[in-house]
Design a protein around this ligand. Structure first.
Ligand code: CAO
Length: 415
């Protein structure tokens, strides 16, 4: 028994944001039916191809636990199949450019007519307003959602982050919206529209930066290293480099081997509660009681001096040894792990967070399994479907079409 067993998802998503959402629902046991254009499919199938002729990792890693059917929804018989799918499914998920679904003849009104219980879940770049008609990709969302202006270094350009907070982050928001709407449907009996705009999703993840925007009215942000460095604050939340977001100052520091290994670094947090332990570890016991260092307030203008001293110690240690030494002392530290190290980490394999999947076209590859663990809903990661692999199966088993119906749809170019 899986959490979402029995829930049918009409997955009309493409690229990254929508597919991450439906993949999660698939991990939780929903029957996800991905609808793709005949002969073409999701554009990511053939983007960043690393194995000639095979679906790319971009596609395979975002589309596990799904069935694929091909359908040209701009033909009459293709539209009829889509109508039947809307009637049959609990949720329809899409992330087309604004207006595309309406142009196809599937407005929210029409969808409700077909199935009043269906939930229509959409990712768009922006919510209602001046930009609602714009197409949006990951980095645009990071820029428009406040992330880029607050990421990077004070004296550098705005930066995007490698974490796909615009696409995968919004997919997560959408998945929560969908299961919440399913929960409400239990009581109301009705479907509803769920919208997750990427700008809003990114802003939600940048909540603490809007907090800091408002704190600026009360004076400089003392926990930002620019305060200790004597640089005045402007009228907007600045970029904070690698400063930690809260009131516990932290920094990325070099570890042994940094000269040749780009990831020989650790994050080190000088949590106030364990300041004395920090002083002992770095060989500065005199700072424990010294008036310039003993309290968090006294330390704020001296953070650079403090982190220089800590780094002088971390540079003598391997990044994993820093963790071994600091953890028993309750000092929060974290090694900078490369993707190579993460891919090889046995504990992530054991928990199913990193999974090796076999694929008929490309062989074995690694993917990220379900990052959310339910104790009563085990996850089996199944390889992504080939384009149209399940067209006949879905048309006959789910929608009740006959072999001759399917043949004539093929002749029409509808599937
Ligand atoms: N059969 C027939 N037509 C189909 C079809 C099918 N199975 N599937 C899609 N189409 C059509 C659509 O109806 C649309 O046609 P019209 O333009 O004539 O209405 C067309 O294909 C293209 O759809 P699109 O505009 O969504 O695709 P695009 O490549 O031009 O834009 C993107 C891609 C991502 C910029 C856009 O979809 C978008 O802004 N989506 C919302 C935000 C989002 O999710 N962005 C994140 C993407 S991940 O980085």
């Amino acid at each position: 028994m899986k959490a979402l067993e029995g829930i049918k998802i009409l997955d009309f998503t493409h690229v990254q944001s929508g597919p991450t959402c439906t993949q999660l629902l698939g991990f939780f046991g929903a029957d996800v039916i991905k609808v793709e254009r005949p002969g073409v499919g999701d554009a990511t199938r053939k983007q960043l191809v690393d194995v000639k002729g095979a679906d790319s990792l971009y596609f395979t890693m975002l589309n596990h636990n799904k069935r694929s059917i091909t359908l040209n929804t701009k033909t009459d018989s293709g539209k009829q199949v889509l109508e039947k799918l809307v009637k049959e499914c609990d949720v329809m998920v899409e992330n087309f450019a604004p207006g595309a679904l309406d142009r196809m003849g599937f407005s929210w009104e029409r969808i409700q007519e077909l199935n009043p219980r269906v939930i229509l879940a959409s990712v768009k770049g922006f919510g209602p307003g001046p930009y609602e008609d714009c197409k949006v990709y990951e980095n645009i969302a990071q820029c428009a959602g406040g992330s880029a202006s607050t990421t990077g270094f004070r004296d550098g350009v705005p930066m995007v982050t490698g974490a796909q907070i615009g696409d995968s982050g919004t997919g997560l928001h959408l998945a929560l919206g969908i299961v919440t709407a399913l929960f409400q449907r239990e009581k109301s009996g009705k479907g509803q529209k769920v919208l997750a705009p990427m700008q809003d999703g990114v802003l939600n993840l940048c909540r603490v930066k809007l907090r800091d925007q408002q704190r600026l009215k009360a004076g400089p942000l003392e926990e930002y290293s620019q305060f200790g460095e004597g640089h005045p604050f402007g009228d907007a939340t600045p970029r904070a480099g690698n400063d930690s977001g809260g009131g516990q100052p932290g920094k990325i520091l070099k570890c042994k081997g940094w000269e040749t290994d780009p990831n020989a670094y650790t994050y080190f947090i000088t949590q106030a509660a364990v300041w004395k332990n920090v002083c002992d570890v770095i060989g500065k016991p005199e700072w424990k009681e010294h008036e310039d260092f003993a309290t968090p307030a006294a330390r704020l203008p001296r953070l650079n001096e403090i982190f220089d001293a800590i780094e002088a110690w971390t540079m003598t240690q391997d990044k994993f040894d820093v963790m071994e030494i600091c953890n028993p002392l309750n000092i929060p530290v974290g090694p900078i792990l490369s993707m190579k190290e993460i891919a090889e980490e046995p504990s992530l394999r054991e928990t199913g967070t990193i999974v090796e999947v076999d694929h008929p076209e490309r062989g074995k590859y690694l993917t990220v399994g379900c990052p959310i663990k339910l104790s009563d809903s085990p996850v089996d990661v199944e390889r992504s479907p080939l384009l149209g692999e399940h067209t006949e199966e879905v048309l006959t088993e789910v929608l009740g079409y006959s072999a001759s119906d399917i043949e004539s749809m093929r002749t029409d170019g509808a599937i």
